[in-house]
Design a protein around this ligand. Structure first.
Ligand code: OXD
Ligand code: MN
Length: 633
C-alpha cells in the first residue's frame, strides 16, 4: 500500500481551521508501522491516524473537519445550490427548504449489495450477505483508491443518542458528499461536542463513504462489526450513505448491543399521555415504509383529544433499549431527525409531519408544483415537474419517487418529546410488532409471555415496499423488522432477545398489530392513523392490568367492549373480521413459521422452537372453534 510522505500528512494532523491542502504525491513508505510514537498514541491520535490513512487511500484535494455549526450548514447549502446538488424550493411557503434529485438508479437501499463481513461466515447467518473481511476490504479499497481526487473529504464526528447519555455511542463518518454532511447534521448530534466525546472514549465506529461514480455495478455497503468499521461506495442514497443510521445504529450497533447486553432495534418510540397525566412509552417495530413515522406522531381522535389524551414523539425509526437497575427496559432514540417517506404523508395521515417539514427541510426525489413547492402523491395541488426534473407526465409513473424522502430535525415536530433528550432514556411499557398483512393477522394480539412475544417478533411477515430495491407487495418474513438490519445470525439474535427474560427483569408486554387487514372487498378494515390510539390504549390498559382480554391459541385478544370504538362507525361485522382467528389459516401459518425458523438451525434456540410447537399444538387442540364461539359474542 502507498501512503503520502509523512510531511504531506502533517496538515491532516492539525485541526482547528477548516480546510487543508492535501498532498497529491504518494511514495511508498511504511509510515504507519509501529514506532515509539505510535505506541504512545493517544485516543485523539487514533482518530487522526485513521483520517490520515483514509486520505492516503482516497487522495482528496481538501479535508474539512465538520464542526456541526449552523454557519457550516449554511455554507454547504450555498455551495450545493451553486453547483446544482440542491435546488431552492419556494422560500415563501417553505423557508429553508431544498430539493435534491438523486441519480435515478440510486433511490433506495440495496440489500443485495449490503454485506456483513464477520471473520466467520456462520456469524453472519442466512439473513445476511457475507464476504470474507480481507477479500471485502480488498474489493472496496480498490474502488476507494483515489476516489476523492479533486473532491473535498469531510470528516463528520457524530453521536448517536443524547450527547451526555451513557446509552449513546459515537462514530465518525468520512464522506465526499456535502449532501451527506448536511443530512448528518440533521439526523445526528454532529460536530464539536461529538468529537470531544470521541476523544474521551476508547472507541468509535469508523464509517468511510464515497459516492464514487454512482454506478450500480460499482456499489457496495460493507460492515465489519469486529472492527467497528463501515465502508460504503457508489451510492448517495440515505440508507446507504448516512452511515450513522442503518449501518451504524442498526447493523453495527446490533452487534455491540449483543456483546454489551442491550437491544438495537428498528422501532419507533412514542409516549402516550392519558387524561390522568401518566405517560406510557411504547416501542414499535414495523418494516420500512409501514407507518412508523405516522404512529410516532399520531393525532388522537376527536373524543380522545377532548378527554385530554396527548402523544409525544421520541423517535420514528430506531430504538436502543437497555435494562435499567430496576429491571425495566429504558429506550433512547439514537437519531436527532426524521428521514421519512414523503408519499402518503398528508394532512389527514400525518399532520404533524407535514407541519415539521414546512421549513428547514431537505427533500429528496419529490416532485414540484408550478410555484416551486414540494409535492408528492397524497398532497393537494398539481405537480409540474417530476422527481427526475422532467415535465410531469402521468404515463411515466408517479410524480414523486415512491421512496422520496424528507430530512428534518426532530425538534421541528409539534409532538417532539423533551424526554428524547433524557440521558437515561424512557421506560418502555409495551413492545409492538407489526407488518402489512392483508389477511389472517388480527388487528391486535398480546403475547402470553416474553418467549411467546419473541416468537411473534421472529414470525413477523410483511409485504415488501419501495424502501428497498426489488419487487413491491411480496410477502416476506422480516423478524422484528430487522431482516435488512440485523448485523449477525438471526438464530443468535433470537437467543439474545430471549436472554432478557431473567430473574429481576420487569419486561414490557409484547403485542402484535396489523393495521392492514383487508375485507372481501379489498378495502382496509381498520381506519388506521389517529384511530390506532384506540389499540394503543388497550395495550396500556393491559399493561396496567385494567382489562382482561380473551385468551386464544395465538395470544390474548381484546374482550367484548375493551376496545373503545365510539365515534368510529365501525360495524360489528368488520370488527368481527378484524379480530377473527381463522384456526385452519393459523395452523398453516404456524407450519410456515416452523419452516422459516428451521432455516436458522443449528443456531435456532430450542426454546423458540418449543414455543412454535406449543402454539401449533394449541391451535390443533382448538380446531373447530372460532374465536367468536370461544368468547361467546
Ligand atoms: C428507512 C428504512 O429509511 O427503513 O428508515 O428503509
Ligand atoms: Mn427504517
Amino acid at each position: 500500500m502507498e501512503y503520502p510522505e509523512r510531511r504531506h500528512l502533517a496538515p491532516f494532523l492539525l485541526r482547528g481551521t477548516l480546510q487543508y491542502q492535501c498532498a497529491q504525491t504518494t511514495v511508498p513508505t511504511p509510515f504507519f508501522h509501529k514506532t515509539l510514537e505510535d505506541t504512545m498514541a493517544s485516543k485523539l491520535e487514533a482518530l487522526d491516524r485513521w483520517v490520515a490513512e483514509v486520505a492516503a487511500l482516497t487522495r482528496p484535494a481538501r479535508i474539512h473537519w465538520c464542526d456541526g455549526s449552523d454557519a457550516e450548514y449554511q455554507s454547504l447549502v450555498q455551495q450545493m445550490l451553486a453547483d446544482g446538488t440542491l435546488i431552492e424550493l419556494n422560500q415563501r411557503t417553505h423557508p429553508g427548504c431544498y430539493l435534491h434529485r438523486s441519480h435515478p438508479s440510486d433511490v433506495a437501499r440495496v440489500e443485495h449489495l449490503t454485506l456483513v463481513c464477520h471473520p466467520d461466515e456462520e456469524d453472519a447467518g442466512p439473513n445476511n450477505h457475507w464476504m470474507d473481511p480481507a477479500a471485502a476490504h480488498a474489493k472496496i479499497d480498490a474502488l476507494l483508491d483515489g476516489c476523492m481526487e479533486g473532491r473535498t473529504m469531510y470528516v463528520i464526528p457524530y453521536c448517536m443518542g443524547p450527547i451526555d447519555s451513557p446509552l449513546a455511542r459515537c462514530g465518525v463518518e468520512i464522506t465526499d458528499s456535502p449532501y451527506v454532511v448536511a443530512n448528518m447534521k440533521i439526523m445526528t448530534r454532529m460536530g464539536a461536542p461529538a468529537q470531544a466525546r470521541i476523544e474521551r472514549e476508547s472507541s468509535f465506529v469508523k464509517g468511510l463513504h464515497s459516492v464514487g461514480e454512482l454506478d450500480p455495478e460499482r456499489r457496495w455497503i460493507m460492515h465489519f462489526p469486529a472492527e467497528l468499521t463501515i465502508k460504503s461506495y457508489g451510492s448517495g442514497y440515505g440508507g446507504n450513505a448516512l452511515l450513522g443510521k442503518k449501518c451504524h445504529a442498526l447493523r453495527i450497533a446490533s452487534n455491540q448491543a449483543r456483546d454489551e447486553g442491550w437491544l438495537a432495534e428498528h422501532m419507533l418510540i412514542v409516549g402516550i399521555e392519558n387524561p390522568r397525566g401518566e405517560t406510557h412509552y411504547v416501542a414499535a417495530a414495523f418494516p420500512s415504509a409501514c407507518g412508523k413515522t405516522n404512529l410516532s406522531m399520531l393525532i388522537p381522535p376527536e373524543g380522545y383529544l377532548r378527554d385530554g389524551w396527548k402523544v409525544w414523539t421520541v423517535g420514528d425509526d430506531i430504538c436502543w433499549m437497555h435494562p435499567g437497575a430496576d429491571g425495566q427496559l429504558y429506550a433512547i432514540n439514537p437519531e436527532a431527525g426524521f428521514f421519512g417517506v414523503a408519499p402518503g404523508t398528508s394532512d389527514s395521515t400525518n399532520h404533524n409531519a407535514l407541519t415539521s417539514i414546512s421549513h428547514d427541510t431537505i427533500f429528496t426525489n419529490v416532485a414540484v408544483t408550478a410555484d416551486n413547492q414540494p409535492w408528492w402523491e397524497g398532497l393537494p395541488g398539481t405537480p409540474v415537474t417530476d422527481w427526475q426534473g422532467r415535465p410531469y407526465d402521468p404515463a411515466k409513473g408517479p410524480a414523486a419517487h415512491p421512496n422520496s424522502r424528507f430530512t428534518v430535525s426532530a425538534k421541528q415536530c409539534p409532538t417532539w418529546s423533551e424526554q428524547a433528550e433524557a440521558s437515561q432514556g424512557v421506560p418502555i411499557s409495551a413492545i409492538v410488532f407489526g407488518g402489512r398483512r392483508p389477511s389472517l393477522l388480527p388487528l391486535v394480539m398480546e403475547a402470553r409471555d416474553w418467549t411467546h412475544g419473541v416468537l411473534m417478533g421472529a414470525a413477523m411477515g410483511s409485504e415488501t415496499t419501495a424502501a428497498a430495491t426489488g419487487a413491491v407487495g411480496v410477502l416476506r418474513r422480516d423478524s422484528m423488522a430487522m431482516k435488512p438490519f440485523c448485523g449477525y445470525h438471526y438464530g443468535d439474535y433470537f437467543a439474545h432477545w430471549l436472554s432478557f427474560d431473567r430473574p429481576g427483569a420487569k419486561l414490557p408486554k409484547i403485542f402484535h398489530v396489523n393495521w392492514f387487514r383487508k375485507g372481501a372487498d379489498g378495502k382496509f378494515l381498520w381506519p388506521g392513523f389517529g384511530d390506532n390510539l384506540r389499540v394503543l390504549e388497550w395495550m396500556i390498559e393491559r399493561a396496567e392490568g385494567r382489562v382482561d382480554g380473551v385468551e386464544t391459541p395465538i395470544g390474548i385478544l381484546p374482550g367484548e367492549g375493551e376496545l373503545k370504538l365510539d365515534g368510529l362507525g365501525l360495524d360489528r361485522a368488520r370488527l368481527d373480521e378484524l379480530l377473527d382467528v381463522d384456526n385452519a389459516g393459523w395452523q398453516a401459518e404456524l407450519s410456515a413459521i416452523g419452516e422459516y425458523l428451521a432455516s436458522f438451525t443449528p443456531r435456532l434456540p430450542e426454546r423458540l422452537h418449543r414455543e412454535q410447537q406449543r402454539v401449533a399444538q394449541a391451535l390443533e387442540d382448538d380446531a373447530g372453534q372460532s374465536r367468536r364461539e370461544a368468547i361467546a359474542f
